[in-house]
Design a protein around this ligand. Sequence first.
Ligand code: NAP
Length: 494
Amino acid sequence: MEATTFVLFGATGDLAKRKIYPALYNLFLDHKLSKSFTIIGLGRREWSDEAFQAQVEQSLHTFSRRSADDSASIKAFIKAFRYSVMDVERIEDYHKLLQVVEQREQELHLPGNRMFYLSVGPEFFGKIAASIQESGLGSAKGWKRLIIEKPFGHDLKSAQELNQELGKAFKEEEIFRIDHYLGKPMVQKLDVLEQSNPALQDIWTNQYIANVQITASETVGVEERAGYYDHVGAIRDMFQNHMLQLLMTLGKNDGRISKRQVMESVEPLLKENVVNDVVRGQYTAGSIQGKPAAGYKDEPGIDPCSTNDTFVAVRLRIDDVFWRDIPIYIRTGKRMKEKSTRIVIEFKQPFKRSYSAQERTAPNLLIFEISPNEGVTLQINHKDLPNKGVTSTIPVDLHFNQSGEPEAYENLIYDALQGDPTFFAHWDEVELAWKWVQPILEAFEEDLVPLHHYPAGTYGPDASDLLLAEDGNHWWFDSKPVPLAQRIPREAYA
Ligand code: NAP
């Protein structure tokens, strides 16, 4: 790892204490940081270096995956931290910061590599990038890089504007857009699983796959983010970024196809057809794990007349040689029955002829569990001898021991420090994702898609089950197949 100055905007904020400091600490324990490494934290709060270091230490005790009880390690780690008061809107503060950075570089004989991490609100991203350029902070002898948090724009136009602003100060290869789903260990293992296992590679095509289901369900509601979330919804907060990035990662086949090519091949949606392939949902009062949960419109800070989406389910298709004609279903929502992110690949049934009840087989399923547990399961049919020899399913389970594994932010910060862009959201992917989602945003805004309600603590609205039932499918593991006779048009549920 090269010697680097790590400049952290938003050092007094929530993300820094919950994710960034614990990630840096664990990298330090794993000897993945250079010995000459310095971190300059920034915020408007008038903190001294010592007060800042104490806050960082406290965050490690609370949030680090590994114990922060070894005082020698903590002491060695903490001494790399300095704090500088800064208002990101004042250019003179950048000049002051430049002096602090240069002084540290001289003290530690650093080569002038500078990592700028923007852990602040997105309204500041453009301004900070421009001021880094204007103040000379971006003109060091070594490399410069920018790590940027989500959200990257609010729609296609704002994302393009933001990218143009960043582009004036940083080249694309210097920009590392964090999508923390790409840092999750199981997601990082997906392409090697595909690429290094011919048995998997060969069945990774529309010849064998019947459909794909990607789910990211949360049990939490809007928490402290009501004001933000009510203008964003599940479609912007989760679908445009995390869910489409998962799709792009999954769609890559044996490394020959880039994430961009996958996104380019997703069949476009027309605004007037959004209603056919997208279900919009919002939770009402219910109960989660036995505890009563308020409806979305009764949450503090939410407009009581809000039509915001807290759930979306989407059906799409990828038009390339591997994926053509495979329906891909993606859903994500808040206040659902369980917290889980998983990908289920359902394989085609081998025979068309019908079986007796005793011999009937279920489709093979390949399940990638991404969080909170991590693993791969293959569901196969077997003869259940103790149970009259009926054919039934059995899971072949591979669950990884997660105890020693780095967390998403460790993987991502390490990669950015190495200059490895693999697990970041690149501009062409982000732009394509916004282009694809834009008709959905417009259809929601113009109320062309009914808002379906679902009680908190369920798997989303019935319309989400009916979306799959239209193709003769159902969501695995939570809903029952909907018999033909009961298939009511989704509009009837609005
Ligand atoms: P936060 O707790 O509200 O922290 C915001 C930070 O920005 C504080 O350190 C604040 O410092 C600083 N700040 C605000 N205005 C400033 C100004 N004018 N000049 C200098 N510093 C200023 O927010 P957060 O939750 O850490 O989120 C930071 C970013 O990460 C956001 O873009 C968010 O969308 C993204 N994100 C957060 C999470 C999460 O779990 N928290 C997850 C994913 C993405 P002072 O108050 O000291 O000025």
